[in-house]
Design a protein around this ligand. Structure first.
Ligand SMILES: [Zn+2]
Length: 115
């Protein structure tokens, strides 16, 4: 059986997760402010730009949903770090390649199981 992550690798990935988590949270705050603005402006804008605003609002909401699910994945990854289960595939129990985790530190499955 192959080795898991080294302490250095684990620390680097944890940093990545924490950094991404705070970035996502900051974006979420920004989005919340922005959505409020659209609602306030609705009475003063014409029909076309209102449709634009609604469309943009929908896009912002879709992005917000994606951020929420990304944050949930990061939460799970951080929990798995705390429980010493991070870096091992949740499906087959084999180590997840560091290269893969560098790209997606919240990945819970190895390349084979994610397919
Ligand atoms: Zn696996």
């Amino acid at each position: 059986m192959a080795d898991g992550l080294s302490k250095t690798q684990l620390a680097a990935l944890k940093n990545l997760l924490v950094k991404r988590q705070s970035e996502l949270k900051a974006l979420d705050d920004e989005g919340a402010n922005w959505r409020g603005t659209v609602e306030l402006d609705q009475q003063s804008v014409g029909r076309l730009s209102r449709m634009d605003a609604l469309q943009q609002q929908e896009m912002a909401q879709a992005e917000a949903r994606r951020r929420t699910s990304d944050l949930a994945r990061i939460d799970i990854a951080l929990k798995r770090i705390a429980e010493d289960e991070y870096g091992w595939c949740a499906e087959c129990g084999e180590p997840i390649a560091y290269k893969r985790l560098e790209i997606d530190p919240a990945a819970a499955l190895c390349v084979n199981c994610a397919r």
